[in-house]
Design a protein around this ligand. Structure first.
Ligand code: HEM
Length: 463
């Protein structure tokens, strides 16, 4: 049996490093131990292996490899929020079936329907910001992406129920984002020792309230089923398995909350980082504006989606500080050699997206924000993988990229803004994903071009 390179410190020190400074810790481990290292993070699981070279990523994530699987039960850390029937917490055939059911909601033709909505929600939320005071970009981006997801998932983003649910989800995710909450996920017993059960119970109460609203929506929609609606709830309610069985209310709830949670905070963080870089680096904003202005009145969503420099800015944003640091864990089914080590069945491996995006051999000067690198060469799906890969590749990948590009194009084209922060902003853990370590504040200076930046849609498919 192979002995994997691993830090010598005791397990709880490894956990503390992992919870409070995951990114620097991964960089230190990669520097010391190379393309594969092990960390002992959960008492009930063997040490987790981290890999990041393109070859190892391909071996671990590629669907062709029958030696590995992507079991949902290892993601049970998410069950407290997403439930037992979420696409993230289920495995095997059930997982594949569920993905197939959900996928069509995020494809090209559908996406076109969301273009106008994304524009309207963006305009509404930016117009709400004070003109003489800066605003926290992340909060605004989060409102935009949550409202867009509410519409895609339920077909509603206005009205009392939608607003209540939006508010509850915002609070649930804010509370869940501190490193302390993460440490209690790794060490549930600590909750009692520190008298934290109270806070945890309050969080659970909020989740119950959110669930109640979701169940009410499901009940009403079942009672007045409208086959013409195109939202994801309708799609999932109409779906039948091989035995002709429909999804239960509990299953529907788990998938809907999964999409709302997985889909909005991630995209909001990506949009916030992009706006940070665009306003921090004047040459990036100038190039982007030149590209957007070259479209004249042809502000068509297909054209925007394919703009080379905008695409490069989005890719570089997702490269330098990926919102998801890691892929979901994969488990070895039959012996396989990865990065020079023999992995036996039962071994758990994760791809470090953060480290993969920082490899000097692939991204020279990896700490520099340089969209041009994406114009100069193409990266393989195992060198650049902000959305993971293989059997668990992000379901919302196309949706997130489409939304990101439209929101950025709309904002940059319409408003002149100034970055207020003078200090460098770095990524830090936010719950189980990452986010900026300080608020990113922008100030609206003036309106550039209110008319010509109106996004239009055409008949052509988007992605
Ligand atoms: C910039 C935004 C986003 C980023 C960076 C991101 C990143 C990721 C990553 C890294 C994974 C794990 C992939 C793997 O293990 O190989 C993932 C999975 C997933 N994402 Fe995203 N995501 C984003 C937006 C979205 C959106 C908009 C949705 C839904 C509308 C979504 C839904 C999901 C779901 C359901 C999974 C689990 C898939 C499965 O287990 O089969 N994500 N995402």
């Amino acid at each position: 049996m192979s002995t994997f390179p691993k830090p010598p410190e005791p397990n709880f020190i490894q956990v503390l490093n992992w919870v409070f400074r995951p990114m620097p810790y991964m960089v230190e481990c990669a520097r010391k131990y190379g393309d594969l290292f092990a960390l002992k993070l959960q008492s009930n699981l063997p040490p987790l292996l981290f890999v990041h070279s393109p070859e190892a990523m391909q071996q671990v994530l590629s669907n062709d490899q029958k030696e590995l699987e992507a079991p949902g039960e290892i993601n049970s850390i998410f069950e407290y929020l997403l439930g037992k029937n979420s696409v993230i917490t289920i495995s095997g055939k059930a997982h594949q079936r569920q993905r197939q059911l959900m996928m069509p909601s995020f494809h090209g033709e559908r996406m076109r329907n969301y273009a106008e909505l994304i524009e309207n929600i963006t305009t509404k939320n930016i117009n709400k910001q004070p003109k003489s005071k800066s605003f926290n970009v992340r909060n605004v981006a989060q409102e935009i992406t949550l409202q867009v997801m509410m519409e895609a998932v339920f077909g509603i983003y206005e009205g009392e129920r939608a607003e209540k649910l939006e508010h509850l989800l915002f609070e649930i995710l804010e509370q869940g984002s501190t490193p302390w909450r993460v440490i209690f996920l790794y060490f549930p017993k600590l909750k009692k020792m520190f008298g934290i059960s109270e806070i945890w119970n309050r969080q659970m109460k909020k989740q119950e309230e959110a669930d109640k609203l979701i169940y009410q929506e499901i009940e009403e929609r079942r009672a007045n089923f409208d086959p013409h609606r195109t939202d994801i709830l309708n799609l999932l309610m109409s779906a039948r398995d091989e035995d002709g069985q429909a999804m239960t209310d509990q299953e529907l709830r788990d998938e809907l909350i999964t999409l709302l949670v997985a889909g909005h905070e991630t995209t909001a963080t990506a949009i916030s980082w992009a706006l940070y870089w665009i306003h921090k680096l004047p040459e990036v904003r100038e190039k982007l504006l030149a590209e957007l202005d070259s479209l004249g009145d042809n502000f068509d969503c297909n054209t925007i989606f394919k703009l080379p420099y905008l695409t490069a800015v989005c890719n570089e944003t997702l490269r330098i500080y990926p919102v998801g640091m890691l892929t979901f864990p994969r488990r070895v089914k039959s012996p396989i050699s990865v990065a020079g080590y023999q992995l036996e069945p039962g071994t758990i491996v994760m791809g470090s997206i953060y480290l993969a995006h920082r490899r000097e051999d692939i991204y020279p000067e990896p700490e520099k924000f340089k969209p041009e690198r994406f114009l100069e060469r193409q990266f393989s799906p195992y060198e650049f993988l902000p959305f993971g890969g293989g059997a668990r590749r992000c379901l919302g990948l196309a949706f997130a990229q489409f939304e990101m590009k439209l929101v950025l194009a709309k904002i940059v084209k319409t408003w002149s803004m100034k970055l207020v922060n003078t200090q460098e902003i770095k990524p830090q853990r936010r719950g189980l994903v990452t986010g900026p370590n300080a608020p990113i504040n922008l100030l609206i200076e003036n309106v550039r071009s209110p008319k010509s930046s109106h996004i239009i849609t055409t008949e052509k498919t988007v992605v």
